[in-house]
Design a protein around this ligand. Structure first.
Ligand code: SF4
Length: 296
């Protein structure tokens, strides 16, 4: 089986053993998504995973962390995931942690007992595109799950002791929905326990449904000012012990800090308020040059 999608991983997994388990996204229908579009969802056979792990054996320690590729390998049935883990254990009997990406509804399809068992077998962390806490925005972007479901499924991961890093897209709802999104997303995350919340700024890439919505006048992009205002209201209201990571080439402001570090956070909030007050709209747009990136 030949994968055509370039393999990607979150920066936190830079030192992990990187195994090509799946490509693409089984859902592939979020209006804003440019990542897996054009790549059919495919999964390798467990024996192929074992062969791949074997090829890397000389280069990784026996207790390496392992990351499985693809936009949502966690969609695979429980038994397939168990067979994958067994294949990796054959080659790396002491691997320390397994991580992969998941959609919220991929978690729904596993029972509590199955989640717990996967954790006992080595599944340590899921990376999840929760995207936004505003129900209207999730519907507009055809995300395929609600914010209420996000809270419910993340609670189930807590119970199973599986950690999670979540992705949040600033400006996803477009013009006029920034502040409501920031507040709703903080309220959503305040009910759960993400290890890390990473953000990126909404960017409209060609050949996506949202690009078509833009042309038809059904969607209007949020300005950079509105995205920053959304970030401010989000951070002001986020009160859990987590790590905020806004370092991304599609963000105009790149902050990274532990949310429990109150003094550092106070300075970040002050900085954002000063930027909003002292920079013109044009200067804020230049900070990220988004138009050059999406070439629409
Ligand atoms: S679930 Fe993720 S990868 Fe799949 S279509 Fe939506 S944003 Fe893209």
């Amino acid at each position: 089986m030949e994968f055509t999608e370039p393999a990607m991983r979150p920066p936190q997994e830079a030192n992990s053993l990187f195994l090509r388990a799946t490509q693409g996204c089984s859902y592939n229908d979020c209006h804003f998504c440019y990542v897996s579009r054009g790549y059919p969802f495919m999964a390798v056979k467990p024996e192929d995973l074992e062969h791949e792990a074997m090829a890397y054996k000389p280069f990784f320690s026996s207790n390496t962390k392992v990351y499985l590729t693809g936009s949502n390998p966690f969609v695979l049935p429980f038994n397939t995931l168990k067979t994958y883990i067994a294949a990796i254990r054959k080659v790396f009997p002491n691997f320390s942690e397994l991580s992969m990406q998941s959609r919220i509804d991929d978690i729904s399809r596993k029972s509590d007992a199955q989640l717990k068992e996967l954790h006992m077998l080595g599944l340590a962390q899921l990376y999840i595109g929760t995207e936004n806490g505003n129900e209207e925005v999730l519907k507009l972007m055809n995300k395929g799950h609600t914010a209420a479901q996000t809270v419910e499924e993340l609670h189930r991961l807590d119970k199973a002791e599986i950690a999670y890093t979540t992705f949040y897209v600033l400006g996803l709802g477009g013009k006029g929905r920034g502040k409501a999104s920031g507040l709703a997303t903080a309220k959503m995350f305040n009910q759960v326990n993400p290890r890390r919340i990473t953000t990126t700024g909404m960017t409209i890439f060609p050949n996506t449904p949202v690009a078509e919505m833009l042309k038809l006048g059904e969607y209007f992009e949020a300005t950079e000012r509105e995205k920053i205002e959304e970030l401010l209201i989000f951070l002001e209201n986020l009160n859990i012990d987590t790590f905020y990571d806004g370092i991304h080439y599609l963000n105009s402001l790149n902050y990274r800090f532990a949310n429990s570090n109150k003094e550092f956070k106070r300075r970040v909030l002050e900085d954002i308020r000063e930027i909003l007050q002292n920079y013109s709209d044009w200067e804020l747009e230049k900070m990220v040059n988004r138009k050059e990136k999406h070439s629409l």
